[in-house]
Design a protein around this ligand. Sequence first.
Ligand code: FE2
Length: 199
Amino acid sequence: MKIELWFPTAIYHHDASESEIAGVRAELQSVVQQELDEILTRSDANSRSYIQSRLSAHRQIIQKYDLTAFHDFLIRHAGAFLSKLYPDAQGIEVRESWFNFYAPGDSQEVHNHLHAIHPSFLSGVFYLSAPVGCGDIKFYHPNMQTAIPNPQGSIENYETCYAPVENRLMLFRSHVPHAVMPNRSDAMRVSVSFNIYVI
Ligand SMILES: [Fe+2]
């Protein structure tokens, strides 16, 4: 008998050092309150418990606030990831970027970041504020139609979690389903999500 394991799902994560991330944090911290205030005035932010803009036109914080340090940080890490996934890529572009705010109790349902017409290649998240217990990001096997728990003793697995640590960057292929577990801390969880396209 021979059993082979094929089709792994790649997840990139990086915990940035203080020296690497200081400029990125300063940029994001300088605009986060303004963006939250603006999001709360828009109707597309009101459909869920957690707070984020739903419309692509409102998911442009890199361009809107000229976040060059954050942009360079994403391009550097996405480029490193892409060199392992798609070595022939000529270039990459971050086309959507937006803040997510999870108050205590908030969570997000299982979803992926595929757009029907122009699917992005990579998606990801950067954690600006991540109090202990604020809700793991959970990834699911892309070929599973429904989430099922990992069977004990099986060589296959269907879901895995990462804790949201401050200054942690996660990158993954845009088709990979993921969810955010409930924020069980007593403080706000703040992250920035983005979609990256191969050009
Ligand atoms: Fe997502």
